[in-house]
Write a protein of this length. Structure first.
Length: 396
């Protein structure tokens, strides 16, 4: 392949996903060097038309979610489009789709059929519920998954009202599970030469994700304590106001707390047995964070940061994400990187934030226009000009 100095060079992935979850997963894999071929319908991924953009079809989300990919247009409602997809599958290691099982079956995107085309294919599927359950064809987006996985109800344990996280956290979390699943299946294929079927149900993934810390005493049968981790379910777990702004101060160890109490003039709290062990402190976290909030307004944010840093007490100023692209740390780390797109001009991209010394993450291609690589990809598969013309006609 052209890019042979990247971790996943030689891995070809057919990206038959839409919106955020799947495209986020494949953007991560593409950043790591995989050859990702984004298959879009004639109207393109819906995110091409969502939010800020300079030209139709090239939205802000598109610039980041479709980076490092090649865009191919296929109309899978036609026999020609489905046949062309088979040709792509024959050349690929992985096909990832978030189509629901009913739609996949209608289009012939089943493991048994695709394995007949390519015995080494890894078919990775992701929908709301398990592909073998009676709920498999229910539609879902991030808010639905936050509700069905219990994520939206957790805030009720803090302030009495359920709420959604102001981020598509389920889409992105499950997207990372997809990356893990695909890499695991690819490693197995490397060892055995065989593909397999992989399913990552969104609700399942997020229930498991949420229960890591919150199953708590209910881990045991019968229960040995309450549900939920008290440290993160206290109403006092909020940013605290300083004399000139906001800060998060999070003493954790016994030494952290003793140092903070002295700095804050709270010497009477140092030897309180209610805070003797880490478990004691977590159970009484509301009292401790209330004490933090009671003193932070006496100093400026910078004064608190300097004091905390001098005693190795964890603390941070609240970063404004709206200004992150101008933040010196963010720019120096390349978390947000300025680039020039060939058609969209100056823009910012967020590469996958993983450091690999020998096979670094790289932005090799800017996000393509819809169908920009259809001819290129199918010429690589041996299509003639006549076949390409027929394929283009079918895409319409």
């Amino acid at each position: 392949m052209e890019f042979d100095s990247h971790a996943l060079a030689g891995l070809r992935i057919i990206d038959l996903t839409t919106v955020i979850m799947g495209p986020f997963a494949t953007a991560t894999l593409a950043d790591l060097g995989a050859d990702v071929i984004k298959v879009e319908g004639p109207d393109g991924d819906m995110t091409r038309g969502i939010g800020a953009r300079r030209h139709d079809g090239m939205s802000a989300m598109t610039l980041n979610l479709q980076r490092n990919k090649r865009s191919v247009v296929l109309d899978l409602a036609t026999a020609g489009g489905r046949a062309a997809l088979d040709d792509l599958v024959a050349s690929a290691d992985v096909l990832l789709t978030n189509l629901r099982p009913r739609s996949r079956n209608r289009l012939g995107i089943t493991y048994d059929r695709l394995a007949a085309v390519n015995p080494g294919i890894i078919l990775c599927t992701a929908q709301a519920y398990g592909a073998e359950t009676e709920l498999r064809d229910r539609p879902a987006y991030d808010d639905i998954i936050q509700a069905a996985s219990g994520s939206a109800k957790l805030p009720e344990l803090v302030d009495g009202a359920p709420s959604f996280t102001p981020s598509v956290v389920a889409d992105k979390t499950v997207g990372l599970y997809l990356v893990i699943a695909i890499l695991a299946a690819a490693m197995a294929k490397r060892a055995t030469g065989r593909g397999q079927e992989v399913d990552v149900p969104m609700v399942d993934a997020m229930i498991s994700f949420n229960l890591i810390e919150h199953l708590g005493g209910h881990t045991f049968e019968p229960a040995e304590g309450p549900f939920g981790w008290a440290r993160v379910l206290t109403p006092e777990r909020v940013p605290h106001q300083t004399a000139d702004g906001w800060i998060c101060i999070m003493p954790y160890s016994a030494q952290n707390w003793a140092d903070f109490f002295r700095l804050a003039g709270l010497n009477h709290m140092i030897d309180n047995p209610r805070y003797a062990t880490v478990d004691d402190r977590h159970r009484h976290m509301g009292e401790l964070l209330g004490a933090v909030g009671g003193v932070t307004s006496t100093r400026t944010t910078r004064e608190w940061l300097d004091l905390c840093n001098s005693y190795s007490i964890p603390a941070a100023e609240l970063r404004d994400l709206a200004e992150a692209h101008h933040d010196p740390y963010v720019r120096a780390q390349g978390i947000v990187t300025p680039r020039k797109h060939p058609t969209e001009g100056d823009y910012y991209v967020m590469p996958t934030p993983i450091r690999l010394s020998g096979t670094p993450v790289a932005i090799r291609r800017d996000a393509p226009a819809l169908g920009a690589h259809t001819a290129e990809v199918f010429r690589e598969l041996g299509y003639s000009d006549e076949q390409l013309a027929r394929l283009a006609g079918g895409a319409r």
